[in-house]
Design a protein around this ligand. Structure first.
Ligand code: FNR
Length: 380
């Protein structure tokens, strides 16, 4: 009897072990394939936007204040390291380096999905290392397939200040072992936002947000949304490369660009709040409105400035910083972040914008594919 009872258990243990191994190597695959996408940065929607030049900035570099207020906290810098990794030995090492760079430069950082550690606690150190290496603002990360209790557990695992809930249907569909049923996502996000003891950010993973998505999220308890648009790391390509046969090549390019997503936010804001360009003051006035964070294809400090000017309260960077870390080590990443800090200040000086509020009042011209799409969608 004991042998027959043991057999299914052994089979189950074997299955869990195989799934775990699959999951570890998936994290390593993601890093390797994402890194290769950033060896040369591609054209994207930020190239369709430019600032109007003014010959008289009237201010000095020393006037610039880069701080932003995100989820009730003061961030000294408006860009941060967005969600990436953890869940394998190799990615735990990367997390330690990313957090070290965040701490050294004073920027915030988000964890990669913590599902692997929620399933297998032996992987917890690959995420907990984030808090061990930074005293700064740290964001936990789960998907809507976890329970509210697990979401709270993810927050506690890394002593996080906020929680990202990633909505990644486009990735799951192409991922060989991905989810195929998304019926409970809305209810799950409600339950998570009601339960966890930190503010919740609902984020995309590089496919952007339509007006319908944004309008829906404005009705939820999400404290912030990260539109994370297409134009940078492309998870359809990554998951397709992980399939035995690359059946989904034709899906490359799916989603809304980051710039169009920010235009979608402005349109929804205008419809709901009657203002075209939400400023920091505007965001504070309408305190029920989730804050807006931008990410997806951010390659330079100029891309950061554009996203901030279009109303983002903060700007997330994943692929570019991952590639910098892999190519140049922790010191190289710290130097890059310091360069971005200086250069964002230089760009704001040139624009005569002392603060993010002033930056959100600068004039932009939008052309190319982004302008065409906006016109078709009736966005002005
Ligand atoms: C990601 N991203 C991500 N997002 C998330 O919410 N949870 C996750 O676990 C991951 N994992 C992950 C791994 C790697 C290697 C990368 C590069 C990215 C998505 C990320 O946060 C972001 O939304 C997109 O990558 C788009 O931004 P970039 O890479 O174009 O700056």
């Amino acid at each position: 009897a004991s042998a027959s009872a043991a057999a299914p258990h052994a089979a189950y243990a074997d299955q869990v072990h195989r799934a775990a191994q699959q999951s570890y190597s998936r994290k390593d695959d993601h890093v390797r394939l994402a890194n290769s996408q950033h060896e040369a940065e591609n054209r994207n929607s930020f190239d369709d936007v430019r600032f109007i030049h003014n010959s008289f900035p009237d201010i000095a570099v020393t006037d610039i204040d880069l701080h932003t207020d995100v989820l009730g906290a003061r961030w000294e810098l408006p860009f941060y390291i967005n969600a990436m990794t953890g869940g394998s030995k190799q990615t735990g090492v990367l997390n330690a380096s990313l957090a070290e760079a965040a701490n050294a430069t004073g920027i915030s950082i988000a964890s990669g999905s913590q599902h692997a550690a929620l399933r297998d606690s032996s992987l917890t150190p690959t995420f907990a290392t984030l808090r061990e290496h930074t005293r700064g603002f740290l964001i936990a990360n789960v998907g809507p397939s976890v329970t509210a209790a697990q979401a709270q557990q993810a927050v506690e695992m890394i002593d996080a200040d906020a929680l990202q809930v990633h909505v990644n249907a486009a990735q799951e569909i192409v991922m060989p072992e991905g989810d195929r049923d998304f019926r409970d996502w809305k209810a799950s996000i409600d339950a998570i936002a009601e339960t966890v003891q930190v503010p919740v950010i609902v984020k995309e993973v590089g496919f952007g947000m339509s007006q319908a998505t944004i309008r829906y999220l404005y009705t939820t308890k999400a404290a912030a949304i990260d539109v994370s648009g297409k134009g940078g790391t492309d998870f359809i390509t990554i998951e397709n490369q992980r399939r035995k046969r690359s059946e989904f090549s034709y899906m490359t390019g799916w989603g809304e660009s980051t710039v169009l997503s920010l235009m979608n936010v402005a349109t929804v804001d205008n419809d709901i709040f009657g203002q075209n360009r939400p400023t920091q003051e505007g965001a504070e006035r309408h305190c029920s409105k989730p804050q807006v964070i931008a990410s997806g294809g951010v390659r330079t400090p100029l891309d950061v400035a554009i996203a901030l000017s279009m109303g983002a309260q903060a700007v997330g960077v994943s692929g570019h910083f991952l590639h910098t870390l892999i190519a140049s080590g922790t010191e190289g990443l710290i130097a890059e972040i310091e360069r971005w800090k200086q250069q964002l200040g230089s760009i704001m000086t040139l624009l005569g914008a002392r603060s993010l509020t002033e930056l959100s009042r600068t004039d932009l011209v939008i052309t190319g594919e982004t302008a065409q799409e906006a016109e078709v969608l009736g966005i002005s």
